[in-house]
Design a protein around this ligand. Structure first.
Ligand SMILES: [Zn+2]
Length: 128
């Protein structure tokens, strides 16, 4: 991209003012980009915290009442919130096991409850 052309003002005072404004604008570029980065970091930390709380809430609901599982955090939220493992009971033989959510071949926006019933233990998978 060609650098932007600012027509040179005729008066000396206007030229000086334009030079000052351009320098100010260039300085603002860095300052604004830095602020954007900072806000993004803070925002991502807040999202991570929100994801963590959503998972904790769901875990408490599942522990205290056993459900309803719906609505549930998504796979992406669980991983981002620091809960990369899902404890499941095989829908066939009721054996408990832990599933690595990162290893599941599903989109990150899949709610965790949709995995219910599709996760069988190795023994039952073979028996199919
Ligand atoms: Zn099983």
């Amino acid at each position: 991209m060609a650098p932007k052309y600012h027509p040179t003002p005729l008066s000396g005072g206007d030229r000086k003012a334009l030079t000052k404004e351009i320098a100010k604008s260039r300085a603002m570029t860095g300052i604004l980009a830095e602020r954007s980065e900072e806000k993004r970091r803070v925002g991502e930390a807040l999202i991570r915290e929100a994801d963590n709380l959503a998972c904790q809430s769901w875990n408490e609901k599942m522990w205290s009442d056993g459900g309803p599982a719906q609505p549930s955090p998504t796979i992406g939220q669980a991983i981002n919130g620091g809960f990369p493992w899902l404890e499941v009971k095989c829908s066939r033989c009721r054996t408990s096991s832990s599933v690595d959510l990162a290893a599941i071949n599903r989109p990150a926006d899949t709610p965790v409850h949709l995995l219910e019933g599709r996760l069988n233990c190795r023994k039952c998978k073979k028996a199919k």
